[in-house]
Design a protein around this ligand. Structure first.
Ligand code: TIU
Length: 229
């Protein structure tokens, strides 16, 4: 059995690695670039860039081993029918969800600014989940897709750590998935929130799951002799 050197203790990979998926949360221009949703909320979006090279390496590892990859996008339909007024009206930013910004309408599906950043573009065959909420299980087919494919183990990456990544990981934990957050493949606009999230995930014996760096994940996958190539 291959083990990831994780906290609070080793994370056991499934014997058949195709039951393990990499979940990449919301690596979209809307959160990563000036002029998008994250910027409109008043955040310094530039600090999220630091994880891109490491996340790209982890994605390459999954692709080279033929393992499942799931990308998510936070977005709303152009008519905002899936955007609760409570979400659109929250905050005092100058641009709200659906307003026209420099990269198109803010947080609207299909707009240039809503797309995944070029470095992490999904390949054909990879799962892409559009989600209207912070959690990727809410109002999406994610649970049924995981069940159909027999996926039981999930590695969480992306942005932002304490909002969409943590919400999705908690949703997955309650649904019985074995969850691990990849420490250097997730980032927040607030470094102290990222640290607190990692701490709370692995506290109490792993109350929400495990955390580990990407290097430990990739080392374990290499020793596991993938069943799929
Ligand atoms: N604002 C913030 O930190 N995050 C979000 O609104 N969405 C995601 O985390 N993707």
């Amino acid at each position: 059995m291959a083990l990831i050197d994780a906290q609070p203790y080793e994370y056991a990979l499934p014997a058949d690695l195709t039951h393990l998926a990499l979940v990449i949360i919301d690596m979209q221009r809307d959160f990563m670039e000036p002029g998008g949703f994250g910027d409109a909320l008043g955040n310094d979006v530039t600090r999220l860039q630091a994880i891109v090279p490491t996340l790209k390496s982890l994605l390459s590892c999954f692709r080279e081993n033929g393992l499942p990859v799931i990308h998510t996008l936070e977005c709303h339909q152009p008519d905002l029918s899936d955007c609760p007024p409570a979400k659109r009206d929250r905050g005092k930013g100058s641009l709200k969800i659906g307003d026209a910004g420099p990269m198109g309408r803010i947080l609207i599906a299909g707009e240039p600014g809503n797309g995944i950043i070029p470095e992490l573009q999904p390949l054909p065959g990879e799962i892409v989940i559009q989600k209207p909420g912070k959690g990727a299980f809410y109002a999406t087919p994610l649970q049924s897709i995981l069940q159909e494919r027999g996926i039981t183990h999930l590695l969480f990456t992306g942005v932002t750590t304490e909002v969409c990544v943590q919400t999705t990981m908690r949703e997955a934990n309650d649904r019985g998935y074995e969850c691990l957050m990849v420490e250097d493949c997730t980032e927040s606009y607030f470094p102290e929130f990222k640290q607190s999230t990692l701490d709370m995930v692995r506290a109490q014996g792993g109350i929400v799951g495990w955390t580990a760096p990407a290097s430990a994940v990739m080392a374990a996958i290499q020793t596991a002799k993938p069943t799929a190539v």
